[in-house]
Design a protein around this ligand. Sequence first.
Ligand code: DQA
Length: 148
Amino acid sequence: MSRLVYILNGPNLNLLGKRQPHIYGHETMADVERDCRALAAELKLDVVFHQSNREYEIIDWIHEARETACGIVINPAAFTHTSVAVLDALNTFDHPVIEVHISNVHKREEFRHKSFVSLRADGVIAGCGTLGYQLGLRRIAQLVALGG
Ligand code: DQA
């Protein structure tokens, strides 16, 4: 059984730490990646970590994960609220998917309350800051152990 988890990040998250820090905090994507890799080592998981501003790259990585991964942790960023294509790609993936949002999208503008990705996600974490990624990884580890 694969122990590989894809951690995927959508548009503008490359600016994490610089972008609206009152909403998204001061940690950078590099910090998130470092913390995820440290936790993954503890959980005996391997990690592929990507960020892109391009929808097709996110979709291509989901297709890649289909062949190799036991789970996906995804912060689709703005694609959450717009992308049927990302949802369709996730619907081709047969293992656990955890959706992560750094901010509490439900406390924000109404257009952020709708998530296409939630129609597929096995779990959704929002408003826990960048810790949400680690919670997502832990949940994948648990579901994989349960045979998910
Ligand atoms: C986000 C929330 C989205 O609404 C927003 O478009 C993002 C980041 C979050 O992590 O809180 O870019 O996914």
